[in-house]
Design a binder for this molecule. Sequence first.
Ligand code: SF4
Length: 303
Amino acid sequence: MCCTSGWPIPVERARVAAIDDRIAANVIPLQVEPWLTTGANLPEDVEGTLALGDNGHCVFFEAGRPGCAIHDAKPASCAHFPFVCLIDQRGIHVTLSHFCPTSTSLLFEHTGPIEVVEGPSPLPDLEMLEGLDARDALPPVMPGAGERLMSFDELDAWQHDRIAHASIGELQADDIAAFNRARAAVPSPLSWPAAPDQLESIWFAQVAPAWRDFEEVLTRYAAAKAFASWSLYLGGGIDAAERTARIAHAVVRVECARQCRAAGRPLDRELLMNAIEQSDLLLVHYADPEALATSPSTDRRRD
Ligand code: SF4
């Protein structure tokens, strides 16, 4: 998905020579040349972005059918997809972008309890994963305790509690407002389409009848959104993380309705997979994480 999305994928200066070597050694049949697009205002360590074909596919995806023609030299952004990492004083926390179809299918196929598991780095070749680096940040303020900061043990306990009680309920009165918070966090010139007209009638006719059939899948998605939330640090703590999770619940409900309306049929596995992929395309890849984390509340109820 990331190879065909038309995204401007940054290439670190340190990787350019290795990629050039792969092209020379393997005689990679490039359909677009040069393979690197340079431009102004790039970060210091970035040489440019991967060239794209007319169809928006990465030049190395087209050349490497099937797959990536420079797999062992690909840029860091490619290697990290679909990992979403939060790095703080407790360690590195990894959740996934469900814009990746494999990540989404895991929501459907997992058996057993939902739990935080410790494991090796998903990218063992890298010294340090990329993500939100909050190692210098203080822990969030303890909710309801004035100015006292949480201990990291308390933060862990809160996170485990949120995962244990994760769920995504039915349509809420303020879902469109919450959905619009996510849209408002998308920086120009990008944009995201408005919620479908007559959301409520689509919901009750085509989504609600099947919603409970997918309760386990939705609970796993809610748990994934509750874990490693960047909003803990970008938005000022627990309230921000809960507000962002609340927005995510609204987004997946709205995207389910959009899928059902477009397909003209009730919610099924395929439509829910599409809706979850689109939800994380908006929440993880289009929306500015800080704008999302600091967006105002719509309603303090939890669902
Ligand atoms: S470099 Fe490889 S992994 Fe990265 S977008 Fe291109 S084809 Fe995909």
